[in-house]
Design a protein around this ligand. Structure first.
Ligand SMILES: [Zn+2]
Length: 251
């Protein structure tokens, strides 16, 4: 057992890998896995199998980002860039459950409306308002937000850093628009910002967030359910960024 596993920090283990990313096996009808890796769906849960399938990855990732890494507290402000992706939608729900005020951006008014229905407090269309950091500045009375969730990367990074208040935290679990973002180092030290990376979560974090899902406080958002034979179509939807929540494939 390595030093990280000994601390219960499985996602920091050098042998940590994701099925379907580091190991083949995401797209098949049957597979054998270690029983300790399977999560039973409680009998009294009202979730369908497809809804339950949409839970672990997004909720555990968003939970670690907001709770453990960015230390989001009740009453704080959080900005979520690009609402629509599974992790962003889970982050919105978790931020509201924590008691934070949530700002979201999207290029789609339809997605912004869906985010509003999930509790988002402020909606910014970043096509109509490309300088969204200025809008954040106005909306927070020139304070900025405590936390930004930015997994878009290159395209938004500089504006995300500018949206932070002094001692704010930017947390990322991806870089969908590219990894080589520009960082104004003056901003980082003068405003005493923190840039936090996050990947997946530990088993105990997963169990904490699952409890809220089984209790019904957090609800998986399934964009649509497709057959495994339509995997190509599913990927095309993801590439266009048309989805709001998860796309689930069934055998
Ligand atoms: Zn280890």
């Amino acid at each position: 057992m390595c030093e990280f596993c000994a601390l219960g920090e499985e996602s920091l283990c050098s042998t940590y890998g994701i099925l379907g990313e580091h190991h083949p096996g995401g797209y098949r009808e049957f597979m054998a896995i270690d029983a300790s890796k399977a999560i039973p769906i409680p009998r009294d849960s009202r979730l369908t199998f497809e809804e339950a399938a949409a839970v672990p990855l997004t909720f555990m990732t968003a939970w670690r980002m907001l709770k453990t890494r960015a230390r989001l507290q009740v009453g704080q402000d959080v900005l979520i860039i690009g609402i629509g992706g599974g992790v962003a939608v889970a982050a919105l729900q978790i931020a509201k459950a924590i008691g934070a005020r949530v700002f979201v951006t999207s290029s789609s008014n339809d997605k912004l409306e869906k985010a509003r229905q999930l509790g988002a407090d402020f909606l910014i269309n970043h096509t109509e308002t490309p300088d969204y950091h200025r809008e954040i500045w106005k909306l927070t009375e020139r304070r900025g937000v405590d936390v930004v969730v930015d997994s878009v990367g290159e395209a938004t990074w500089a504006r995300s850093l500018r949206s932070l208040r002094n001692s704010g935290r930017l947390v990322t679990c991806g870089a969908t628009s590219g990894p080589n973002a520009e960082t104004n180092v003056n901003l980082v030290f003068w405003k005493q910002l923190e840039i936090l990376g996050s990947t997946m979560a530990s088993r105990s974090e997963l169990e904490s967030v699952l409890q809220l899902v089984w209790d019904g406080q957090l609800k998986p958002v399934v964009d649509r359910i497709l057959r495994l034979s339509s995997a190509k179509e599913a990927h095309e939807i993801l590439e266009r960024g048309d989805q709001f929540g998860k796309i689930v494939l069934t055998p």
